[in-house]
Design a protein around this ligand. Structure first.
Ligand code: PHE
Length: 346
């Protein structure tokens, strides 16, 4: 009797070893513990025994039954583990013969236009500088002739940091630092600097307003720099970017840091001048505010306004890129929409 039970145990262990799925495991369970299972039959046979013998045999059979029950539960976990391993192996199987997907980065449309202008201006002797994005109120406002409480500050509301500094609202914030860094030019020479940069303003977002945008500022200071120089460089700039003649108009514009000041508008390339949301239905886009540097700004920068004059322009780089590439909504630039941004590779 006991030998028989021992053999049943061995048989069970052997069969369990070959089990590879839950279905197979269930078959083994039924074979041993089912209604007509091998162990169940042994229990039924107990009725033919009596006394001490019955008691001992019953105990042994029940021990075997518990052993098998536990082994089955444990083996379920082994099966789960095996299944998991199979999944991992599957996912780690690479086919090295499949060509890889090449996601090559491209320059951002704004960077393309910026580089194009920089390259052109470098050939004309301009130095490239980049101003800080976090600025003092002094550099951003006072140093460009916008004292505290001046209404011009209203139009350039921005983000104030806890330490009192601000995110610069225009590239003009670097004028003072640059003037101090290079000083007045030598006799017969001029100081020519181009300084592009990211600017920030508290704006209500729409198709043509963003809280983060790019400008590209230029400045030329010398002993007899005039409006003719200004107009010449503006023309060079626009011809370079659009690679053709662009319709422009010059009208007086007010900026506290230039005198006289101008607004150079370009014909809206999106609607061709008939009016659309991008140009606020005017057919023109303000693109190139400019003017002759205000004497106060020169003297705050340590340059004698009685001896030197200069011009400055603050190109809306983001707007220019919109015109050049016919992008209707300014929000695309910061959208991270790679599919759209990628199209502008030059
Ligand atoms: N800083 C001015 C602005 O952002 C633009 C500007 C620059 C105007 C230089 C004139 C000269 O509005």
């Amino acid at each position: 009797m006991f030998e028989k039970l021992e053999n049943l145990k061995l048989k069970f262990e052997e069969e369990l070893n070959d089990v590879n799925s839950n279905d197979e495991l269930e078959k083994v369970r039924v074979e041993f513990l089912g209604k007509k299972g091998l162990v169940t039959e042994e229990l039924k046979n107990l009725r033919n025994l009596s006394g001490e013998e019955k008691k001992n045999a019953g105990m042994k059979i029940n021990q075997l039954k518990s052993y098998i029950e536990k082994a089955i539960v444990d083996y379920q976990k082994v099966l789960e583990e095996k299944e998991y391993q199979r999944e991992i192996e599957k996912s780690e199987r690479y086919d090295y013969s499949i060509p890889s997907i090449k996601e090559i980065g491209t320059l951002h449309p704004i960077t393309i236009v910026q580089k194009q202008i920089e390259d052109k201006f470098k050939t004309m002797g301009f130095i490239i500088e980049d101003g800080l994005e976090i600025q003092t109120e002094y550099n951003n406002f006072e140093a460009v002739n916008i004292p505290e409480n001046h209404p011009a500050r209203d139009m350039q509301d921005t983000y104030y940091l806890e330490n009192g500094q601000i995110l610069k609202t225009h590239t003009s914030a670097a004028q003072n630092t640059i003037m101090k860094k290079y000083g007045a030019p030598k006799p017969g020479e001029s100081l020519k600097v181009l300084f592009p940069g990211r600017c920030f303003r508290n704006e209500n977002l729409d198709a043509s307003h963003e809280n983060t945008f790019f400008q590209l500022e230029g400045m030329m200071i010398g002993e007899d720099i005039s409006i003719s120089n200004l107009i010449y460089f503006m023309k060079v700039l626009l011809t370079e970017v659009f690679e053709r003649d662009v319709k422009v108009r010059l009208r007086p514009g007010f900026f506290p840091f230039v005198e006289p000041g101008f607004e150079l508008d370009i014909n809206c390339e999106i609607c061709g001048g008939s009016g659309c949301p991008t140009c606020k239905h005017s057919g023109w886009l303000e693109l190139l505010p400019c003017g002759m540097i205000h004497p106060n700004v020169l003297s705050m920068g340590g340059i004698d306004p009685d001896k030197y004059t200069g011009f400055a322009f603050g190109l809306g780089l983001t707007r220019l890129a919109m015109m050049k590439y016919n992008i209707k909504d300014i929000r695309l630039f910061n959208s991270g929409n790679i599919k759209q941004l990628k199209q502008f590779i030059k």
